[in-house]
Design a protein around this ligand. Structure first.
Ligand SMILES: *Cc1c(COP(=O)(O)O)cnc(C)c1O
Length: 417
């Protein structure tokens, strides 16, 4: 059975292939009762074009980082302005690690990180032997609270890592001004932020040192696993390229294309193995061309949620500020303290209706490693704690139908009313 969801005249989303999550009704025995289709928390769209692009690379004989990775980098960078450079990596975690390394973060340094993020944002700082300074988030935007960041600053602070939470744009004017005033490098965690705009400008086109996007299976575009570093600093571009591939001064593709001594390279540092395969990059090129269509589709569903959940005892994510664009990567709500059911009951009730949910995130200061390393306790970051106590991420993905949104809303209503 094929369903198509039209979002614009020229682009058709092929919803036939819920790549890995979700269930396929054709695998049911013929006499099984007609169940309503489950609604997963997220479902990527992988169409025939992605499949053909991957197959073409598989047939080409060049599988690792090569022409397709270069093309993916160039397409990505072109979106972010003439002076941007893209460095494709095998995850956003790798990209954040490389960007922080290229910024010279090391032992003795501190980096400001919001406590409401995925552990990878902070972990890369520990890879480098530096320390993380956790900071609470703001009510509403759920992005790093710069007033608190200012209070937590020490002379050892070298960088700040704003996270565009769920695709909501951090106020980049303010972040960059804050960083300039305190001599900090800026590494944006844009894992959720494609496309996201702040004051009309895409995240990835601002003057931070580096912006890192994720192409993990459940991110705004996907290559299965993958990521992209965007930078306008030629030194960061050169260093991350080198460190992405073992610290070699030339990668395999450069050597392959050289006439003459193709075996010859030098090693300038003990680098990492963070390069993206051409198989993944080929999928990425096609996914990237649909990033805006996917966003428009998610936004449509998010707006329907905002309208239909308005009278229920939940706090919805804030819509983009004036001049901004929300990526609507996810739809994390907070169940009010005085609601008739709590977060856990809501998750269980939705699961019973075949509706997938998640929680983004248990704040870092509530997780053993970070809690023990920095001696944190519940209540230290009250905005993040209050959000987490009621946090549930509702299903949201490109191609989600009005009917699917309505089913989720009806189920939430039944549980919370
Ligand atoms: C997913 C995610 C990452 C890590 O991305 P990977 O590509 O899986 O390494 C980092 N930060 C945030 C906020 C994320 O959601």
């Amino acid at each position: 059975m094929m369903r198509y969801y039209e979002t614009s005249k020229d682009t058709v989303l092929d919803l036939r292939a819920p790549a890995q999550i979700g269930h396929r009704s054709e695998t049911k025995p013929a006499d099984a009762p007609a169940l309503r289709q489950n609604i997963p928390c997220f479902r990527p769209i992988i169409g025939e074009r992605e499949i053909e692009a991957a197959v073409a690379v598989l047939r080409s004989g060049w599988l690792t980082t090569g022409a397709k990775a270069r093309e993916f980098e160039q397409c990505f960078a072109a979106l972010m302005g003439d002076d941007a450079e893209g460095i494709a990596v095998n995850s956003a975690t790798a990209g954040l690690h490389l960007a922080a390394e290229a910024c010279g973060i090391g032992p003795g340094d501190e980096v400001l990180v919001p406590t409401l993020t995925f552990t990878a944002t902070a972990a890369v700082i520990r890879y480098l032997g530096a320390e993380v300074v956790l900071v609470d988030v703001e009510e509403g935007t759920r992005c790093i609270d710069l007033d608190q960041a200012e209070r937590r600053l020490t002379p050892r602070c070298k960088a700040i890592m704003p996270v565009h939470f769920a695709g909501y744009p951090c106020d980049m004017e303010r972040v960059l001004d804050f960083a300039r005033r305190h001599g900090l490098r800026v590494i944006e965690d844009a894992a959720h932020a494609l496309p996201t705009r702040c004051d009309g400008r895409l995240i990835g086109s601002w003057e931070s040192d580096a912006t890192v996007f994720s192409c993990y299976a459940s991110k705004p575009i996907t290559t299965g696993e993958g990521g992209m570093i965007i930078t306008r600093d030629p030194k960061i571009a050169a260093r991350t390229r080198t460190m992405r591939t073992h610290g070699l001064d030339r990668d395999a593709f450069d050597r392959f294309r050289r006439v003459g001594a193709s075996w010859s390279y030098d090693v300038v540092a003990p680098g990492f193995k963070y390069n993206l395969t051409d198989v993944a990059a080929a999928v990425g090129v096609v996914q990237l061309s649909q990033a805006e269509v996917f966003q428009a589709s998610r936004q449509r569903a998010a707006e329907r949620y905002l309208e239909k959940l308005a009278d229920l005892p939940v706090e919805c994510p804030a819509p983009a500020p004036r001049g901004g664009l929300h990526a609507w990567h996810m739809f994390p709500i907070r169940v009010h303290e005085d609601a008739p059911a709590d977060r856990d009951a809501l998750i269980a009730g939705l699961a019973a209706e075949g509706i997938g949910t998640s929680v983004h995130y248990r704040p870092l200061h509530e997780l053993s490693y970070w809690k023990e390393r920095y001696g944190c306790k519940t209540g230290d970051f009250p905005v993040a704690d209050r959000y987490f106590a009621g946090a549930v991420t509702l299903p949201l993905f490109p191609g989600m139908s009005d009917d699917e949104v309505d089913r989720v809303v009806d189920a939430v209503r039944d549980i919370l009313e």
